[in-house]
Design a protein around this ligand. Structure first.
Ligand code: NAD
Length: 292
């Protein structure tokens, strides 16, 4: 029987503890932790993500401020907003919601955030610390995968792990976190010859390629642990879509083929996704504590 690794359950469990930790920070520091969320333009998906992050902050007692900027803003004007938040002592974390509208550099905007106020862990300062083995905060999604493994007592040490994808947001830091946990790590990517022969040897496979349901049973050895980071909305009526032609969320893995083949798998939805927001909240508190 394949075990379902529920990120929803892990996030809820950790959230209850986080509420207590935030209260304890408030009583010691006489102020709540603060997260500033910067949204440029009106991308509907980004608006939903920002709303969810603000709601999650409220739930645990982190004060969030929302900075909505028009998509006509220049790179310099965006940097001025970030500089103001960098200098604001009530702000512990600054999150610039990606993607930014065309014409704005995500790299420059991210780098403008002080690493000490970067709860996403995506500035080169924080990625550098992660790769040097002196982590301040690790990027939220791969950190969330590690916390799922920790919650379900999945042993990583000594195992062979393959990460599919090498982005700065997911793949690279995921590989580093697995390495730190003493796995033997391989990173596969779009130029990998014969992906199947690589992943089918692994005890643990983390998939973050951004391709809907492209990995079926033949990519995994029996008894493997699978974390599916991908998230896609299958269009109405697409093969594999929901009943009555309704759209449905799916990951990079064809989960239905893995039941009774994998030892454990994260579902989509309800797997890695809920952990990303939870890790953002935990990282914000960590930065607040470090500043205090
Ligand atoms: P990305 O496009 O930046 O990177 C994708 C990586 O996958 C690249 O390194 C590429 O080399 C590799 N790749 C692409 N096709 C491949 C193939 N056929 N075989 C092997 N490797 C291949 O994407 P990303 O930002 O890393 O995100 C990956 C996926 O994870 C997306 O579906 C994204 O929506 C999802 N995501 C989910 C969360 C979450 O909270 N659940 C967070 C971030 C990203």
């Amino acid at each position: 029987m394949t075990q379902i690794l529920s990120g929803l359950v892990v996030a809820e469990t950790r959230r209850a503890k986080l509420v207590e930790k935030v209260q304890s920070f408030i009583s010691k520091s006489n102020r709540p932790p603060g997260l500033a969320v910067v949204l440029v333009g009106a991308d509907p998906a980004s608006q939903v993500y920002v709303r969810n992050k603000i709601k999650a902050c409220e739930h645990v007692g982190i004060v969030s401020t929302h900075h909505r900027l028009p998509d006509t803003i220049s790179q310099d004007e965006l940097h001025t907003v970030i500089d103001t938040l960098n200098a604001d002592s009530a702000v512990d974390g600054i999150l610039v919601q990606l993607p930014l509208p065309k014409g704005l550099s995500e790299t420059l905007a991210t780098e403008r955030i002080l690493p000490s106020k970067d709860p996403d862990g995506l500035t080169s300062g924080n990625l550098g610390l992660l790769f040097a083995g002196r982590t301040r905060v690790a990027p939220c999604t791969p950190l969330g995968v590690m916390k799922i493994f920790e919650h379900y007592k999945i042993e990583v040490e000594g195992k062979s792990a393959v990460v599919v994808g090498r982005s700065n947001i997911v793949g690279k830091p995921m590989a580093q976190l697995l390495l730190e946990a003493n796995a033997t790590v391989t990173v596969a990517h779009s130029k990998t010859f014969d992906l199947k022969s690589v992943t089918s040897q692994a005890d643990i496979v983390v998939v973050a390629a951004g391709r809907p349901q492209f990995m079926g049973k033949e990519f995994f050895k029996s008894g493997s642990i699978i974390a599916d980071v991908g998230i896609h909305r299958l269009p109405d009526g697409a093969a594999g879509g929901g009943p009555n032609g309704k759209s449905k969320l799916c990951g990079d893995v064809l989960t239905s083929e893995l039941m009774n083949h994998a030892q454990a798998i994260t579902p989509v939805p309800g797997g890695v996704g809920p952990m990303t927001i939870q890790m953002l909240l935990e990282n914000t508190l960590r930065l607040a504590e470090l500043r205090a």
